[in-house]
Structures are given as structure tokens and as C-alpha cells.
Design a binder for this molecule. Structure first.
Ligand code: PRP
Ligand code: MN
Ligand code: MG
Length: 181
């Protein structure tokens, strides 16, 4: 929408680039998980768009579950405190879990989730993150599938928000600092 153009400084990843990448990762995941007990777990709310497009890029039907956690609230910095807002419905015992995330920023959310899921008896737990900020890492997260490494800027769109805004933008863009400073 034209009225939000001055709230964004630069488009970092276009919808077209995202969808091409999702096809690529889906083909790899289909090979890697052939014969396995795959369960996709989307991390609400940021992962809604990735989950919707990635799951439909897979060649077979696949079960999905959702976990809602939040560490950012309305700010641009992770609080480091991960809160469960909605727990899983599925039992993870003997499942090959693939966590679907929009972004790894500090890594705090995912490192907490990985530990949490492993403690529930999952057979395996891996991660697909569409975006990753290598320069923002506070903890290392073992991420099997990564879409794009991006610079350490606050980005929005394609599921990513600032104070619940911008999630429905089709591209991933850098938020102009005047919006949050
Ligand atoms: C964002 C994003 C990731 C997490 C990454 O979620 O969607 O889940 O932060 O940051 P980290 O690597 O520093 O932990 P947020 O907590 O904003 O909740 P949301 O998905 O509902 O927007
Ligand atoms: Mn999130
Ligand atoms: Mg958020």
C-alpha cells in the first residue's frame, strides 16, 4: 500500500524470492523426511505466512501444529523471557518435528523451543527459519534449513510485525527507524 512506503526504507526480500526459496527448501525437506513421521510446528504468530506457503510447496500432505510464544511484546528488542501463549495440541513422542520460524534474531526463542520440544520425547527436532540475522545472535541455534541471511536491521512483512503491524505485507522490508524511535 502506498501510504506505508515512508515507513519502510528498503525491500530486503521480495515475495517472488521467498516463494522460489520455499520451493527449494520444500524439495529438500521432502527428500530428507521420506519415510519419517514429520510434524510441522509453526511458531505463532510470525510464522503464519511461511507455514502457509511452505506447507503447500511440499508434495505430500503433512500434519501441522502451532505453538504461540512471544518474547518481543511491542518493542524491537527481545526481552529474553519466552512466554507460552498457546501450547501444542499434538503429542511429540516419536515425531520428527520440523519447527517453522519466520526469523532467528537473537536465537533466544528457538533455543528455548528446541530444548522444550526435545524434553517432550520427540524423535528429532530440526528448524527451518526463513530469515536469520547472523550479526544479532546471542545464542547459537542449530538450524538445518535457512532461507536468507540478512543484516542486523529491524525487518517487517511476510508475517513479521512491529507492534502487530505490517504482518500482511508481501515482501520483507526494513522498518524506517523513525517509526519506532
Ligand atoms: C519474533 C519472531 C521470532 C522471534 C525471533 O517473534 O517471529 O519468533 O521473535 O527473535 P529471537 O531470535 O531474538 O528470539 P515475537 O516474539 O515478536 O512474536 P510474534 O511471532 O508473535 O511476532
Ligand atoms: Mn515469532
Ligand atoms: Mg513479533
Amino acid at each position: 500500500a502506498a501510504e506505508i512506503q515512508n515507513e519502510l526504507t528498503e525491500v530486503l526480500v521480495t515475495e517472488e524470492q521467498i516463494l522460489a526459496k520455499l520451493d527449494e527448501v520444500a524439495a529438500q525437506v521432502a527428500l530428507d523426511y521420506a519415510g519419517k513421521n514429520l510434524l510441522l510446528v509453526g511458531v505463532l504468530k510470525g510464522a503464519i505466512m511461511v507455514m502457509a506457503d511452505f506447507s503447500r510447496a511440499l508434495p505430500t500432505v503433512v500434519p501441522m501444529d502451532w505453538m504461540a510464544v512471544s518474547s518481543y511484546g511491542a518493542g524491537t528488542k527481545s526481552s529474553g523471557v519466552v512466554q507460552i501463549r498457546k501450547d501444542l495440541d499434538e503429542d511429540l513422542h516419536d515425531r520428527d518435528v520440523l519447527i517453522i520460524e519466520d526469523i532467528i534474531d537473537s536465537g533466544l526463542t528457538l533455543s528455548w523451543l528446541l530444548e522444550n520440544f526435545e524434553s517432550r520425547g520427540a524423535k528429532s527436532v530440526e528448524v527451518f527459519a526463513l530469515l536469520r540475522k547472523p550479526d544479532a545472535a546471542k545464542v547459537q541455534v542449530d538450524c538445518k534449513y535457512v532461507g536468507f541471511d540478512i543484516p542486523n536491521e529491524f525487518v517487517v512483512g511476510y508475517g513479521l510485525d512491529y507492534a502487530e503491524r505490517y504482518r500482511n505485507l508481501r515482501d520483507v522490508a526494513i522498518l524506517a527507524p523513525h517509526v519506532y524511535s
